[in-house]
Ligand binder design. Structure first.
Ligand code: ATP
Length: 370
């Protein structure tokens, strides 16, 4: 499933140069974005970056100040929320406290005028879908947070919308339940064949669930890509720093040959990167490299002085599955390196204040010009 890499694939939802202003504040700035049918799409960004505003405009609760939003080729302007094949599940769930679980799920169907028998069938189907058959007669206050979340989910898909918008759907759940529920949501989306757009500020959540992620900052799209691309090939310093841990070496390109770049870092570290990206000679760039791509050893590796730096172990954190090292280089920059403990049988040979060398391969990082 990768319609975004198929040039013939037809976009299902398109934001075209959408701007949203509140007074003189621009919440969404000339933003364009495409989502495909049956995609699990995540909008990821810090608080206030405009994520919810995008969902609200797609649902029809708000209009763009400029630009347009298309769904299946149709311009949505002027179409009221209830006539859009879009449903929204809110952060707070907004269940009716005095109604049972089944009445909550049936509510929208009744309003729509669906015949009673059909409602009963649909509600039963939804209860099965979210595994709450035994809880049909309970009221929301008699449920756990995770169960309430599933009722809200069942209610929001009961009308069989084509698109479900989820605004921080797992925000109220604790970490363990969140992780379980992420997989349940993915299953649900697959089983129903719906298009999901989820808003989150939690990068792990976006990485886990989404086919593609749009990273937003101040109402603008910074990058749209698969989780792996966002992590392995971030397009800017902002994205590299926003998603996962990263070491950033600021420097200047001293030489370009055959697509590779030689970089002198500000701190005097000589870096060779096989993929120079968009860099040109003399350019200020950042070399961004993930902690797990950096090796730490107590002895100086091999002959080369390229992609090698000497430092001192500044911190060691044993996290069970992996160990994270903070290595302080001569200029004071602290580099993060991590290694999996999968095959570790003995005590760590490195300890605090030890002299240590970091090293990495020429294709372990990316060269960023933005
Ligand atoms: P959060 O994760 O905190 O919900 P968000 O990325 O969803 O943040 P939005 O709710 O889309 O952010 O808001 C984007 C910006 O627009 C914020 O700075 C917010 O204060 C502003 N904003 C949103 N709605 C209104 C409104 N009705 N009037 C004025 N400003 C608004």
């Amino acid at each position: 499933f990768a319609p975004w890499s198929d040039p013939a694939a037809k976009p299902y939802i398109s934001f075209e140069n959408v701007t949203k202003r509140f007074g003189d504040f621009t919440a969404v700035n000339n933003l364009s974005l495409t989502v495909y049918e049956r995609e699990f799409f995540a909008l990821l960004g810090a608080s206030g970056c405009g994520k919810s505003t995008l969902l609200r405009m797609l649902a029809g609760f708000d209009d763009p100040t400029a630009g347009r939003i298309l769904l299946d080729g149709q311009d949505l302007r002027g179409i009221p929320p209830y006539r859009r094949p879009v449903n929204m599940m809110f952060q707070s769930y907004a269940l009716f406290p005095h109604m049972t679980v089944e009445a909550n799920i049936a509510f929208g169907l009744k309003q729509e005028g669906m015949p009673k028998g059909e409602i009963a069938t649909r509600v039963a189907e939804m209860l099965r879908l979210v595994k709450l058959e035994q809880f049909a007669k309970r009221k929301p206050h008699q449920l756990s947070g995770g169960q309430r979340q599933r009722v809200a989910l069942a209610r929001s898909v009961a009308k069989r919308p084509k698109v479900l918008l989820l605004d921080e759907p797992l925000g109220a759940l604790d970490k363990k339940l969140r992780e379980e529920t992420q997989f349940e949501l993915m299953d649900l989306q697959q089983n129903l064949g719906l298009t999901f757009i989820v808003v989150t500020h939690d990068q792990e959540e976006a990485m886990t669930m989404a086919d593609r992620i749009a990273i937003l900052d101040k109402g603008e799209v910074m990058q749209v890509a698969t989780p792996a691309e966002v992590y392995e090939a971030p397009s800017s310093r902002f994205v590299a720093g926003f998603v996962g841990n990263v070491n950033m070496f600021e420097g200047t390109v001293t030489d370009l040959s055959g697509g590779a770049a030689s970089i002198r870092s500000a701190a005097g570290l000589d870096i060779m990167a096989h993929n120079a990206g968009a860099a040109s000679a003399g350019n200020p760039v950042a070399f961004a490299i993930r902690p797990e791509k950096i090796k730490v050893s107590s002895r100086k590796p091999a002959a080369s002085d390229i992609n090698v730096a000497e430092g001192e172990i500044y911190d060691i954190a044993y996290l069970g599955d992996m160990t994270v090292y903070h290595v302080k280089l001569a200029d004071g920059q602290v580099v993060k390196a991590s290694s999996l403990n999968a095959s570790r049988v003995t005590e760590d040979p490195l300890s605090w204040n030890d002299r240590a060398w970091i090293s990495f391969s020429p294709d372990a990082g990316v060269v960023l010009t933005r």
